[in-house]
Design a protein around this ligand. Sequence first.
Ligand code: FE2
Ligand code: FE2
Length: 266
Amino acid sequence: MTRLAWCTDIHLNFAQADTLAGFLQRLRATDPDIVLVGGDIAEATDVVHFLQLLDDFLQRPIYFVLGNHDFYFGSIAGVRHDVRTLCDLHPHLHYLTDEGVVRLTDRHALVGHDGWADARIGNYERSMIMMNDYKLIEELAGVTKQERWPLLQALGDEAAQAVRRVLPAALEQFEEVYLLTHVPPLREACWHNGRISDDEWAPHFTCLAVGQAVLEIMADYPHRELTVLCGHTHGSGEAHPLPNVWIYTGAAVYGFPTVNRVLVLE
Ligand SMILES: [Fe+2]
Ligand SMILES: [Fe+2]
């Protein structure tokens, strides 16, 4: 039996000290063998600090991806570099975006990637939403909305390429696979305030490239099962786009990190 504790969008930089301590204790009390953290851990300036804190406190394997907030006040390349350096020094910390297929049990495996909202669902051109991403992340700031569009698509494509590489490899060997990512991969998983995101928000909330990869790959493996664990929208919900695919989107509230789900693998 393997116990997974999954949390997403914990935004630890926004938590007061006592709230943070309570969260860590509740997380440890779920007695997980493995902890999954689905991105938006903190910001570029302190994500390494908080990953170290999680490692020091939990003393067990932690598999994580990064979310858009983790790059705020820095760059995607810079944070990924810092996090990779950290993981090299801390054997329990694993940046899943860099990992291949992770064996959980004889039947279960884990794969993952940050993902990125790739502005392909909804109406990017008409959307009036100005995400902080577009001001606070080096690679996305200082360009026009039109110039930013291919950059967002390229980030989504990078995630999809990784999924197309690693997910079939996992399905060849394991009956059930978990995919940890930050951004909901399909519109029906794009929950926000109890509803599916509209055309205004969907471009900034979904990664269609990963969604298409998931649907195409899973159609080729009808006897295997995939569970996607994602967040980013801070709204909770479930989607079941294929008979063998389940997508859980995790709720979050700034300042109040929580354990989204404990999964017990037999
Ligand atoms: Fe978040
Ligand atoms: Fe996010």
